[in-house]
Design a binder for this molecule. Structure first.
Ligand code: UFG
Length: 323
């Protein structure tokens, strides 16, 4: 298939591009490089530097590359930032997304896979979370992702758009060539590894008074390659479909302390820690049921072990001059 990946120069996007190429798809990437990196995009993909808010550019990109489906990953994705700058999130995640949908309609591209998030659930009433649980985001990031999911449903009902929303839990790890390098970095695993490298004096633990097995938050970490693989499966299911799937590994999840301990084991380094207060907006536990995507699309995670996930991130950091 000829596929356009918006945001394909980002952390998850670049690994989705690799997976698509491995599966013989032809890939164009549209990315404004505001947070992505030119050198993360595989040479076999065509990178177009530009914004999805530019409808003319999007239409031209769709037409020139004979695009049959879009994987829409461009957007803003930091919970804390979204609380400070909600308009930015509305603009990048909703308004820009609508421009993309208009361009798709104008050029008769009828298939889209969307990067959504566990943040659409807010404070879940039960774990593991299933897709039919209530959607009550507690921050503008989750709210804007949900608004775009609703926009997709409207386009499905009114124009027959085929779409799949993939609700990511905690993506982590790296492929051989691409890893996580946000600026500033906020995610737990890369922060812990920065502390292992001595680039941070210690890792801050945001709260140890949660009602969990060791007082720290539990999250469902999913290897970014398994996550990317789900996009390839979703692509093949898009004909006239309207679906949302959770993507996590399920099980018991891991606490912040368990992540730090696993990183000590993987790296063989001492990783100093400091307990600080809770981070605003952090739910105590977030665990996915990914049963629906397993049943309907045959998705199966290959790298569930936390040590394997952390090792891949560690290898990538060391091979890319972070030590
Ligand atoms: N944490 C720390 N110290 C740090 C960084 C994180 O203790 O330096 C803790 C957080 O408080 C949280 C856990 O580690 O309990 C994981 O935090 P991340 O920032 O790595 O990830 P989040 O769970 O906050 O965010 C993820 C996705 C978001 C999504 C959100 C849903 O990255 O896109 O889950 O709540 F919106």
């Amino acid at each position: 298939m000829n596929v356009l990946v918006t945001g394909g120069a980002g952390y998850i996007g670049s690994i989705v591009v690799e997976e698509l190429l491995k599966n013989s798809h032809r890939v164009a990437v549209l990315d404004n490089l505001s947070t992505g990196h030119r050198d993360s995009v595989d040479n076999l993909a065509r990178l177009i530097e530009g914004d999805i808010k530019d409808q003319q550019l999007v239409e031209q990109t769709l037409t020139e590359n004979n695009i049959e489906a879009v994987i829409h990953m461009a957007g803003s994705s930091q919970v804390a930032e979204s609380v400070l700058f909600p308009e930015k999130y509305y603009d990048n995640n909703v308004v820009a997304g609508k421009v993309l949908l208009d361009a798709m309609r104008a050029t008769k591209v009828q298939k889209i896979v969307f990067s959504s998030t566990a943040a659409v659930y807010g404070e879940a009433e039960r774990q593991p979370i299933v897709e039919t649980d209530k959607l009550e985001p507690t921050n503008p990031y989750g709210e804007t992702k949900l608004q775009f999911e609703n926009e997709l449903r409207r386009n499905h009902e009114e124009h027959g758009l085929g779409y799949v929303s993939l609700r990511y839990f905690n993506a982590a790890g790296a492929s051989k060539n691409c890893g996580e390098r946000h600026d500033p970095e906020t995610h737990l695993i890369p922060m812990v590894l920065q502390a292992a490298l001595g680039r941070l004096p210690h890792i801050n633990i945001f709260g140890d008074d949660y009602p969990t097995r060791d007082g720290t938050c539990v999250r469902d970490y999913i290897h970014v390659i398994d996550l990317a693989h789900a996009h390839v499966l979703a692509l093949n299911s898009l004909d006239g479909v309207a679906a949302a799937y959770n993507l996590g590994c399920g099980g018991r999840g891991y606490t912040v302390r368990e992540v730090i301990d696993a990183a000590r084991e993987v790296t063989g380094r001492s990783i100093p820690e400091a307990i600080t207060g809770r981070r605003q907006g952090d739910p105590a536990v977030l665990i996915a049921s990914s049963e629906r995507i397993s049943r309907e699309l045959g998705w199966k995670p290959e790298f569930q072990d936390l040590g394997v996930i952390i090792s891949s991130a560690w290898e990538w950091l060391r091979q890319n001059g972070f030590e």
